[in-house]
Design a protein around this ligand. Structure first.
Ligand SMILES: *[C@@H]1O[C@H](CO)[C@@H](O)[C@H](O)[C@H]1NC(C)=O
Ligand SMILES: *[C@@H]1O[C@H](CO)[C@@H](O)[C@H](O)[C@H]1NC(C)=O
Ligand SMILES: *[C@@H]1O[C@H](CO)[C@@H](O)[C@H](O)[C@H]1NC(C)=O
Ligand SMILES: *[C@@H]1O[C@H](CO)[C@@H](O)[C@H](O)[C@H]1NC(C)=O
Length: 323
């Protein structure tokens, strides 16, 4: 058993590599403690509560009441019949102008538009390192209006097919000298996009989502721009998953470790098989040498080189070695 030391080396490498790999792949620092999708579902619930239970009217804006731990944000709600929404749109739902020709998917009879103004919570739920917010982050989300007590509703898919949705910010913070403000658009799936501003303080979008006006912050940013954690759309019937991403992190970490361990075992097995083949081949060669089969000598160029006859060793199938 010459190769026992090499086994030891392999195992030492594997078992010192795995822990260090793990500690790198699952950092213990919390990533995003404020889930914007969880906030969406909390605000959806509170916005729907603002609709009067008896005789709710379409085309009227109702302001909701936010929970105490979200003081500083505001939420409003507007119910529109799909027919009138498509024909006329709705101008002036807070900052938003909903254009005509907007289409929701799946089709519903009435659409509930929920408006968010995140106020001083904008940077908390939509952090954008390297940029400075000149406006609060405002949001427009569309839901099926059929059930006024529904919680954890999924958003409808909304698309402006003729004119874009306009977001007309009312007042901006003073714009620092020498920088040009731009619009930032956050979709519901963790995507961030920047767009030019129209007419001083107007942004436009073909989709629902959250919007703000920012400038680049030239002061040294404390950290590189971290990618926003993409979040899944909230499934119907679920109250929203606050700790979901954390659990997912553990899950991913565990799977990665498992895969690495499995790969390591496969590598060990393959190496072991190779080594077995190698020793068998060595034994055959040594046997042949000891039996003293003479090699014929041929002139190759000016040198005399021992050459094996083509028929001396028949090719042996690989599988014969493994038995
Ligand atoms: C606000 O506090 C309630 C408990 O009072 C909690 O269930 C909820 O998750 C909190 N909301 C947010 C957005 O942190
Ligand atoms: C926003 O302001 C309110 C008071 O107006 C305060 O209670 C809340 O803690 C503030 N939020 C943040 C994130 O600073
Ligand atoms: C409305 O939603 C609530 C909460 O999800 C549910 O209990 C209720 O059955 C729903 N009502 C209808 C008519 O679907
Ligand atoms: C920009 O301003 C002009 C004149 O004030 C107005 O006619 C136009 O509709 C505005 N555009 C947008 C996108 O608000």
């Amino acid at each position: 058993m010459i190769s026992f030391p090499s086994f030891c080396v392999i195992f030492t490498i594997l078992f010192t590599k795995i822990p260090s790999f793990n500690s790198q792949s699952s950092p213990s620092t919390p990533q995003i403690s404020y889930s914007s999708r969880f906030l969406d579902s909390v605000l959806q619930d509170h916005a729907f509560q603002a609709i009067p239970r008896h005789r709710p009217i379409t085309g009227v804006i109702y302001d909701g009441i936010v929970p105490a731990n979200l003081t500083g944000t505001t939420v409003s709600v507007l119910r529109l019949r799909t027919g009138s929404m498509r024909k006329r749109g709705f101008k002036g739902f807070k900052e938003f102008d909903i254009p005509k020709g907007i289409v929701e998917n799946p089709y519903v009879k009435r659409v509930m538009f929920v408006y968010h103004n995140l106020g001083n919570w904008s940077e908390v739920y939509y952090p954008l390192p390297g940029y400075l917010y000149l406006s609060p982050v405002v949001g427009l989300l569309a839901y099926n209006a059929v059930n006024l007590t529904a919680k954890g509703l999924p958003e409808l898919d909304l698309r402006a097919q003729e004119d874009p949705i306009l977001i007309k910010f009312k007042s901006l913070k003073v714009i620092p000298d020498g920088v040009s403000p731009i619009c930032v658009l956050f979709d519901l799936f963790g995507g961030v996009a920047f767009d030019r501003m129209l007419n001083g303080s107007v942004c436009s979008s073909v989709n629902q989502g959250h919007f703000g006006i920012v400038v680049e912050n030239n002061a040294p940013a404390p950290a590189p721009v971290p990618a926003r954690v993409p979040e899944e759309p909230i499934a119907g019937g679920r109250g929203g998953g606050g700790g979901g991403s954390r659990n997912r992190g553990w899950w991913v970490g565990g799977s990665v470790a498992g895969v690495v361990l499995l790969a390591a075992l496969v590598v060990v097995f393959v190496l072991w098989v190779r080594w077995c083949r190698g020793t068998k081949r060595m034994e055959k060669m040594t046997d042949a040498a000891e039996r003293g089969v003479p090699l014929s000598v041929t002139a190759v160029g000016r040198a005399e080189v021992p050459v094996a006859m083509a028929t001396r060793t028949k090719p042996v199938l690989e599988s014969e070695y493994v038995s």
